[in-house]
Design a protein around this ligand. Structure first.
Ligand SMILES: NC(=O)c1ccc[n+]([C@@H]2O[C@H](COP(=O)([O-])OP(=O)(O)OC[C@H]3O[C@@H](n4cnc5c(N)ncnc54)[C@H](O)[C@@H]3O)[C@@H](O)[C@H]2O)c1
Length: 265
């Protein structure tokens, strides 16, 4: 289905590329010859991602340490990127943080941090890049935005144990659809990948912790396996590829059937 080097000559920015999904997606894009901008708040983590990628790929990589919730840092990142590269074809809004307890018990500082990183962050980054993306001469699609949402932000998955996180991801799903409407006329597609429960550092990379959480919440997984970051990267590759050029505004759920089964199995 996918040509070997379909991202050759194209640049992909992944936020939160120092860990989990972000790292796997960066590796996947490099395997299709994309040049990369690896962003994270933590510099060492993206140095590690870069070193892993350069072991088996000949691509150009720019490291951009920045906090995506800070508009000024994002704008500096944007300047740096266009000093080095002449395009940004793929933008993945991946960086995100876990967030607290029941929404009404959340402290204002926690509310602000979760919303700042998970909602304002993707908004800052998309705002900083969409104009340049829309002027790119790639045909038929000028650029692609991929947001990493969560089942916790869907109607079936709203979760009072992580209330603010749920709200933040519901907002990002709404942004995905809005931006698809706003940027469609510029031939930019905007889609989201909506993971269920995956083994990454956000859950301490600990399958026992995840299993305990699944039991506590009485969650049923029709495919009774915890997801792996590579599976999210596979969907990201599809969305980055020409095979998805006519798909926009979609929140693609990848959850082993969790959300269709809640309260049913
Ligand atoms: N792991 C899961 O089960 C799961 C499920 C659904 C959705 N998600 C979402 O997937 C995305 C990636 O999560 P992950 O599981 O790979 O987590 P992770 O913690 O492994 O990776 C997140 C990365 O984002 C970086 N980051 C955090 N705040 C940042 C900021 N302000 N600016 C720049 N970088 C920042 C972190 O340093 C980290 O490297 C997140 O948006 C998360 O909400 C994860």
């Amino acid at each position: 289905m996918l040509e070997e080097k379909f991202l050759e000559g194209k640049v992909a920015l992944v936020t939160g590329a120092g860990s989990g999904f972000g790292r796997e997606m960066a590796i996947a894009f490099a395997s299709k010859s994309a040049n990369l901008v690896l962003n994270d708040i933590n510099l060492e983590s993206i140095e590690e991602t870069r070193d892993i990628i350069l072991k088996s790929n000949k691509v150009e990589i720019l490291l951009e340490q920045a906090d995506i919730s800070d508009e000024e840092q994002v704008n500096i990142m944007s300047k740096n990127i266009f000093q080095k590269f002449d395009n940004l074809f793929i933008l993945v809004n991946n960086a995100g943080i876990r967030g607290g307890s029941s929404s009404l018990k959340t402290k204002t500082n926690d509310y602000n941090r979760v919303m700042d990183v998970n909602v304002k962050g993707p908004w800052n980054v998309s705002k900083a890049f969409y104009r340049k993306m829309s002027k790119q001469k790639f045909d038929p699609i000028a650029g692609k935005i991929i947001n990493i949402t969560s089942c916790a932000g869907t109607e079936c998955g709203l979760n009072p144990f992580i209330g603010m996180y749920s709200v933040s991801k519901a907002a990002l799903i709404a942004f995905t659809k809005l931006w698809a409407l706003e940027l469609g006329p510029s031939n930019i597609t905007v889609n989201a990948i909506c993971p269920g429960i995956f083994l990454t550092p956000i859950y301490n990379n600990d399958p026992d912790f995840i299993r305990e959480w699944i039991k506590l919440r009485n969650i049923k997984l029709p495919i009774n396996q915890i997801g792996e970051a590579r599976q999210v990267a596979d969907v990201a590759l599809f969305l980055a590829s020409p095979a998805s050029d006519y798909i926009t505004g979609q929140n693609i759920i990848i959850d082993g059937g969790m959300t269709i089964s809640i309260n049913k199995l």
